[in-house]
Write a protein that binds this ligand. Structure first.
Ligand code: ADP
Ligand code: MG
Length: 339
């Protein structure tokens, strides 16, 4: 009997992994911005063209990479962030899978420029569809710039699957919001087709929200604070009278990571019981800080889902913290004519 099993070549494995990590330009924006944050950047610049379809570039002033690391960063499962499985429960970084750059490089043209502070010169690497095409010494500022061009150039089916520039830009902006809301202590700028659409200086959390969503947002925000042995909750909920028909501004972060959780969303919404007009959804900007040992974020490559050790306690604490804040601000139930 002939043997028929073969190991997939790396570039094929990378392309398959890319399918999970990179759905659209917004996924590239997320991965590159998170890497910049993990590198300790204080200023991050995002530049895109054609809603990111032709260019997504992130420039940071973080710690940069050595020549060897720059090269290695494009290998699959190559990461500086964890060393063993135990580290998964002590995570203080956004990344840990070592998959993003390998995946992105498998399906785009990538140019990396990076320099560490103590070095006089940096490294420039070009890679196209997992193939290294150039490596040179360059003069470049401290930090890292990664430009991702022509996303899905070698997978026409995926490229055609992308939506209009308007829709893709919407996704990019959503992703940008999620990242910048989790990091008000970092300054961000965002350029789309040459025009500066966001300029966010370092600020406190309230100012960051207002800088993004406009001055009118300020009066809508009710602070939420809770500090217990299991968790810390901080942030704001929108006053009920500003609730909207669409589920727009609902941001929930766990240890500075944007998380989707229908269950905990319900905890927040239910704290508004009797305060909302029928069919409207409250806005919220809430951060949960928990011991990394009590969560597992390794369940999905994009890391927007999470498993908590004790979801029921979280639910109760979150609900009561929001309820308490709404109560303190003397927010009386509104008459509901729609129901
Ligand atoms: P992960 O973030 O999960 O470690 P990535 O593929 O995103 O995996 O990145 C691989 C490695 O490349 C990182 O662990 C980090 O050491 C390095 N790296 C990536 N982006 C940057 C950056 N902007 N600045 C410094 N180092 C970076
Ligand atoms: Mg990463």
């Amino acid at each position: 009997m002939a043997d028929i099993i073969q190991l997939l070549p790396d570039h094929v494995a990378n392309q398959i992994a890319a399918g999970e990590v990179v759905q659209r330009p917004a996924s590239v924006v997320k991965e590159l911005m998170e890497n910049a944050i993990d590198a300790g950047a204080t200023t991050i610049k995002l530049i895109i063209k054609d809603a990111g379809k032709t260019l997504v570039q992130v420039i940071d002033d973080g710690k940069g990479m050595s020549v060897t690391d720059a090269r290695l960063s494009f290998e699959r499962h190559a990461t500086s962030k964890i060393r063993s499985a135990d580290d998964l429960f002590q995570l203080h970084t956004k990344g840990f899978r070592g998959e993003a750059l390998a995946s992105i490089a498998a399906i785009a043209h990538v140019e990396l420029k990076t320099k560490q502070e103590q070095e006089d010169v940096g490294t420039c690497i070009e890679i196209e569809g997992s193939n290294f095409v150039a490596q040179e010494v360059v003069v470049t500022p401290k930090g890292t710039s990664i430009a991702v061009k022509n996303l899905f150039f070698n997978i026409p089916a995926r490229r055609n699957f992308l939506k209009s520039n308007t829709v893709e830009l919407r996704h990019v902006i959503d992703e940008f919001h999620r990242v910048v809301l989790a990091h008000p202590n970092i300054s961000f700028s965002f350029f789309n087709n040459g025009s500066n659409i966001f300029n966010l200086p370092t600020s406190n959390y309230r100012q960051r929200i207002v800088n993004i969503f406009g001055a009118k947002t300020n009066e809508k925000l009710v602070p939420v604070e809770e500090d217990t042995e299991v968790l810390k909750i901080s942030g704001f909920v929108g006053k009920p009278e500003f609730a909207k028909k669409t589920r727009g501004e609902q941001y929930f972060f766990v240890n500075d990571r944007f998380i989707k959780s229908a269950y905990l969303n319900h905890a927040i919404s239910s704290a508004f019981d009797g305060l909302l007009k029928g069919g409207t959804h409250p806005s919220y900007f809430l951060n949960l800080t928990v011991n990394p040992q009590t969560i597992d974020i390794n369940i999905h490559p994009t890391k927007t889902e999470i498993k908590f050790d004790d979801e029921h306690t979280l639910y109760a604490l979150l609900r009561s913290a929001v309820k308490h804040s709404l109560g303190q601000f003397n927010i009386a139930p509104v008459l509901d004519f729609d129901r």
